[in-house]
Design a protein around this ligand. Structure first.
Ligand SMILES: [Mn+2]
Length: 330
């Protein structure tokens, strides 16, 4: 029995569910939410999918996206609350968190190594490339049929979190799950087009200004790029348009760590990390109060962007040096 076998019965025995995912949701978050939500709905359960804000335009194509509600007051009476792709309850938006805390049973389905096991039921597998991969497994093991709509949601989750099966977290299992979902009718081209081929001119202008800020450390192992409030304003693009930009940063030859700094409106800087081969960026982000995965993580730091850049680069150099020396010894 693995964790999924164990969880199947305790997860699926109820009638009334409330579900959510993390704030600033990505394709895995929303694909997992709608995939599992639609599956429960098809089983005849009452399911309320809820997010504290509207769904980013890029994900409106997801079957089930329109059924996701914004926070509604006085929601209660659920047997079980399910959070997907969330490391902890703080990653759930305000309002939704309160509804979750009022619900007796909380299920936590996730693949982040930094997960806090906040549920009564925790289905956490850091080896899974995406939370959607866990959910595909769960539905299969429960003998629930996966309709084409559900396959599209879960395939979106996998494509998103593996960077179209290019990142290191892509395993034989993720590819088998992907093949299984394609067999069930997942819309491969529709997903690719919606996720990666809907760029606005403004967003490419923002990318151009971001690329102008692209810098390398002396040894050429750390690259970073900054998106300032000014560049956002000048380009006319939105914060959502920065999605995926970090891939340019880490694509430079010789670079181990790519960092993207994004200036928010409240004096905070959003920092994203990606590493190529060996640096554990989850630990790096955790040093600044964030987290994520070994090869992809992030944190939020208050301060001026230049100051934050300096702090983060210094710590990254340090960690890189430590881990590189560790490798050299092995
Ligand atoms: Mn994920």
């Amino acid at each position: 029995m693995d964790i999924i076998d164990d969880a199947v019965n305790s997860l699926l025995r109820y009638d009334n569910y409330i579900m959510t995912t993390h704030i600033n949701p990505d394709g895995d978050a929303l694909g997992s939410l709608t995939g599992l939500g639609l599956a429960l709905f098809n089983m005849g359960k009452n399911v309320v999918m809820i997010m504290p804000h509207s769904i980013p335009a890029a994900f409106q194509f997801l079957p089930g996206a329109r059924q996701i509600k914004k926070v509604v007051d006085h929601l209660a009476g659920f047997d079980m609350a399910i959070a997907v792709d969330c490391t902890d309850l703080n990653r759930i938006g305000e309002g939704v968190r309160e509804v979750f805390c009022r619900t007796e049973n909380i299920a936590n389905i996730d693949h982040h190594i930094s997960n806090r096991f906040f549920g009564n039921i925790n289905v956490v597998d850091p080896k899974a490339a995406a939370t959607g991969e866990i959910i595909a497994d769960l539905l299969q093991k429960a003998g629930i049929s996966i309709a084409p709509d559900i396959a599209t949601c879960l395939y979106t989750a996998l494509v998103s979190d593996t960077g179209s099966f290019k990142q290191q977290n892509t395993t034989a299992k993720s590819l088998r799950t992907a093949a299984f979902l394609l067999d069930r009718g997942a819309q491969h081209r529709v997903i690719q087009r919606n996720l990666y081929e809907q760029k606005s001119l403004e967003s490419l202008h923002l990318l151009a200004s971001g690329l102008e800020s692209l810098s390398l450390n002396e040894s050429g192992t750390i690259a970073w790029m900054s998106i300032t409030r000014k560049s956002l304003k000048d380009s006319g693009a939105s914060v959502e348009d920065t999605e995926g930009m970090i891939n340019y940063v880490k694509s430079l030859k010789g670079v181990e760590v790519g960092i993207l700094f994004k200036e928010a409106t409240n004096g905070e800087i959003n920092v994203s990390f990606r590493s190529n081969d060996y640096l554990n960026v989850n630990q790096l982000a955790a040093y600044f109060g964030g987290g994520g995965h070994e090869r992809a993580a992030g944190c939020i730091i208050s301060g001026e962007i230049k100051e934050v850049e300096y702090l983060v680069l210094q710590k990254t150099e340090e960690k890189l040096y430590d881990q590189y020396c560790g490798r050299a010894i092995r």
